[in-house]
Design a protein around this ligand. Structure first.
Ligand SMILES: Cc1cc2nc3c(=O)[nH]c(=O)nc-3n(C[C@H](O)[C@H](O)[C@H](O)COP(=O)(O)O)c2cc1C
Length: 186
């Protein structure tokens, strides 16, 4: 079901227009100012106990960081991610240092929320983001060697979208969201 922006009660235009591009304009750079705003948006996301359990390894074409990341893309994501003006590796702090103790039970949840902030900030700036998991997690972890307790979760390609949203974007209905996974009272 497509969102219909004409319907009463439409969601905010930023949300309605957002989509994950499958192609980026390789000539559109993400400059320092834009990168700063994207991270600033992520920085102001809420988190459990204000724990802020996120980290972002940023890399742009031509930077040495980009050369550390690109070899670990899967063939499927390399097709479009290499055209993006910015590739972000997202990390979360799951554990307290090298112990099995959870740093925060909401670490991944909070990271996702920070990335949602970044994604909408990108949209507000005329950019677009595609989050993805299609990369070699073990290889990238060996390359970036996150500190104790930290783990790589996902990547985000940000840039100027080339092309339109895919025609087959669907969503579960609101009814389904409100009726799916719980049981009636006993
Ligand atoms: C955590 C996460 C992982 C994803 N992994 C991939 C991926 O590996 N490859 C890909 O092409 N898209 C990936 N996506 C993009 C989703 O397929 C996309 O968000 C979804 O189909 C909904 O489309 P939309 O963002 O245009 O609304 C991922 C998205 C998220 C949030």
């Amino acid at each position: 079901m497509h969102h219909d922006p004409e319907r009463p009660g439409s969601i905010h235009p930023l949300l309605a227009a957002r989509f994950s591009p499958s192609a980026f304009d390789p000539s559109a750079a993400v400059d320092d100012h834009a990168l700063g705003l994207l991270l600033e948006a992520a920085r102001w996301a809420p988190s459990a106990g204000n724990s802020q359990p996120w980290g972002f390894f940023t890399s742009r074409p031509g930077e040495p960081e980009h050369r550390r990341v690109v070899p670990h893309l899967a063939p499927s994501s390399a097709r479009w991610a290499t055209g993006a003006g910015l590739l972000v590796v997202t990390l979360t702090r799951r554990h307290v240092d090298d112990t099995p103790l959870l740093f925060s039970e909401f670490a991944d949840y909070d990271l996702g929320q920070a990335v949602a902030h970044l994604t909408l900030q990108a949209q507000a700036m005329g950019l677009a983001a595609r989050q993805f998991r299609a990369f070699d997690l073990d290889g990238l972890t060996r390359e970036l060697r996150p500190g104790p307790g930290w783990a790589i979760v996902s990547m985000v390609a940000v840039g100027k979208a080339a092309g339109e949203p895919a025609g087959h974007r669907t969503r579960r209905s609101v009814f389904d969201l409100r009726s799916a996974p719980w049981s009636p009272p006993e």
